[in-house]
Design a protein around this ligand. Structure first.
Ligand code: SF4
Ligand code: SF4
Length: 332
């Protein structure tokens, strides 16, 4: 479960899962009202995690380092002995650079979502390097694949240069239902899978492994690549679709960004993580049985439980485009 401590962001990535009306992407430079979680809400949320026997506090945004009270939020959680993971774009303001330079508590880890250098401005590349240097081995790079012609080998230089974790968290850009984010079409998946396996072999030769996020369908990879993918070049591959649950500054929750337009609830109406997970599992079960592609219907990997059949965002997008445009209203 993730707490989105602000909806404020100072970057605008084309694939952004958060580019919905939930978040004020680029509000940093504009005058759009922005949400910032209060310290009281953080305390309530930490109680909620603790009551669920969950001692990992995952912090997201927007860009969480734009929350002026992030240092207090981190200290509050550390005082209660939480482990913290901060998902960041690495464009930290000076105050945050100073804070994490001085506070080197090993219970705080970072995932830096980084785009290829040519897709970013010069100041962004330089600022990320400054921040990666501060984070060092507390940081892992996260890379979102949103176009066929990607190249993640630039990560080597950053990992070696700043002694980062020797792992790359791999995300696949999936459609946000009823939004216009950039994502890979189903037709591009096989080519993307081949390219990814090729680059993972190159990274593995340098002792760098891939870590898969949710939503990768098994059939995007050639069967001949699955051995290396599952064992040698990654920390293990499974095709999963397991809701993460995002919670905003007002404790409104949704299953994950691709599904952020429906099944919105307030976390205060639940007693534990387990209860809200069960709620979403039950609600999403009818969609899960469908699959994101026509081929899923007869697929042996789906029948045998080896593939989660892709992201539910793809499933809904496909049904709404080719069948019933009011699927969600009818189901929920
Ligand atoms: S629908 Fe499933 S695969 Fe897609 S983002 Fe959500 S949890 Fe991940
Ligand atoms: S279940 Fe669907 S997505 Fe998964 S491998 Fe089969 S056809 Fe591909």
């Amino acid at each position: 479960m993730n707490l989105l401590i602000t909806d404020h962001c100072n970057r605008s990535c084309p694939y952004c899962f958060a580019k919905s009306n939930k978040l004020n992407v680029k509000s940093y430079k504009g005058n759009i009202a922005k949400k910032m979680v209060s310290l009281e809400t953080v305390d309530w949320y930490l109680d909620f995690l603790e009551n669920s026997n969950h001692k990992v506090f995952r912090i997201l945004g927007g860009e969480p380092t734009l929350h002026p009270q992030l240092p207090h939020i981190v200290e509050r959680a550390l005082n209660r002995d939480f482990k913290i993971i901060i998902f960041t774009n690495g464009l930290w303001p000076e105050q945050i650079r100073d804070f994490f330079d001085k506070n080197t508590d090993g219970r705080v880890a970072f995932v830096f979502n980084i785009n290829e250098p040519f897709q970013q401005q010069k100041w962004e590349n330089e600022r990320q390097k400054d921040c990666l240097k501060i984070a060092g081995n507390r940081a892992m790079i996260g890379f979102n694949i949103f176009q066929e012609q990607f190249n993640l080998l630039f990560c080597k230089e950053l990992i070696n240069g700043f002694s980062l974790k020797r792992e790359i968290r791999l995300g696949l850009a999936n459609p946000v239902v009823r939004e216009n984010n950039v994502f890979l079409s189903n037709d591009s998946l096989k080519q993307t899978g081949r390219r990814l396996c090729h680059q993972l072999r190159d990274l593995e030769a340098d002792d760098i492994l891939g870590v898969f996020d949710c939503g990768f369908p098994l059939c995007m990879f050639d069967e001949s690549d699955l051995g290396s993918l599952g064992i040698t070049t990654t920390k293990g591959f499974t095709s999963i679709c397991q809701v993460i649950i995002d919670v905003d500054a007002d404790l409104n929750a949704w299953p994950c960004f691709p599904l952020s337009k429906f099944l919105n609830v307030n976390l205060r109406n639940f007693k534990s993580i387990q209860e809200i997970f069960s709620y979403y599992s039950e609600k999403l079960a009818p969609l899960r049985s469908i699959g994101s592609m026509d081929e899923c219907i007869t697929c042996k990997f789906k029948r045998r439980g080896q593939c989660a059949s892709g992201c539910l965002g793809r499933t809904i997008r496909s049904i709404e485009a080719n069948g019933d445009p009011r699927l969600i209203e009818k189901l929920y």
